[in-house]
Design a protein around this ligand. Sequence first.
Ligand code: ZN
Ligand code: ZN
Length: 363
Amino acid sequence: MNPYTTLGLQGNASADEIKKAYRDLAKKYHPDKNQGDKEAEERFKEISQANEILSDPKKKEYYDNFGDAPPRQSNRSDSFGQFNIRDFMNSQFNSFFENSSATQQPQRPQKRRIQKDITITARIGLKHAIFGGKMNLKIQRATECEVCEGVGCTQEENECPECNGKGGTTHIQRDPNSLSSIQFMSQCEKCQGFGRITTQCPTCNGKGYVEKTESILVKIPVKVSQMTKLKVGGKGHTITLNGKASTGDLYIMVTYHPEDNGVAINQGKLYTTIYVPLDLLIDNETIDVIIFDTTLKLDLGQNSNNSVYETEIALNKDTMPAIIQVIPQLPSKEIDAETRKSIAELLRKSCGKSDTTIHPINS
Ligand SMILES: [Zn+2]
Ligand SMILES: [Zn+2]
């Protein structure tokens, strides 16, 4: 066996590269992850053997010089050679459970911490974003189990029958050909290495909290901006700390499509475009523009810039700037030629004859 190729490395691999390659492969082929897979088990053995040689400077030097693993001092099956079995076990165990609580004393089952506050996103219509209103929301609120304080199990503990309280099982595999033995520990699945098992809380069935769906009516303020965070106090999750229950708040992020029904909102201003019959326009009438269900009075006689009128719409004790573009609507072409002629004559009489050379707008 070439320990370098076994770990997928070049002969000049550094100690860090060896360590990393071994850790990645050992994780991948660990028997706990590949239960019953003989090939993975074989591969895991090879990887461990390769690491055994390359992680030990003396053995590595020997291999680099002689192309073989150093001979063991004893070939008795109860011996693990020159190195300390306890160190080896620890190194095996630690490398698999690094960064996990298993490297320390296993912990009691932790409280399933839920955050008190709930944040959700609600999509509303543009009409509500402008004029305000109410929305009905269904939310899932959790109440932490008062019996187990969110832990999900009772305080009572018994020795784990699966591992007899040891927290894990030690496996030893011996290869009669290479005279090596591989030892690894697998964490007990039943007790998660704790060695003791607890009884599921009967009140919450081990979940740590009870959930219920609630309908909530939320007020939408007028002129609400995108991503406004609305707060509804006391409608979050309820958690219990040292026997004291407290409830969080509900936060609603409001979003909406900025365009609807010919109306658009941009930077706090309302925009719309309307057709206005020519006679109303010429006669400077005041017209009613209906924005959703609200009437906006527009005086066509006010100064406008290229048919763009700047006014404002009233919103329940508030107002919002409204930019209205007016497109003149000509009389139907079906009017008879004589009437058409007289309208044109009338216009020319007051405004003069128009130039027939026309340029694009803003050119
Ligand atoms: Zn156990
Ligand atoms: Zn409970």
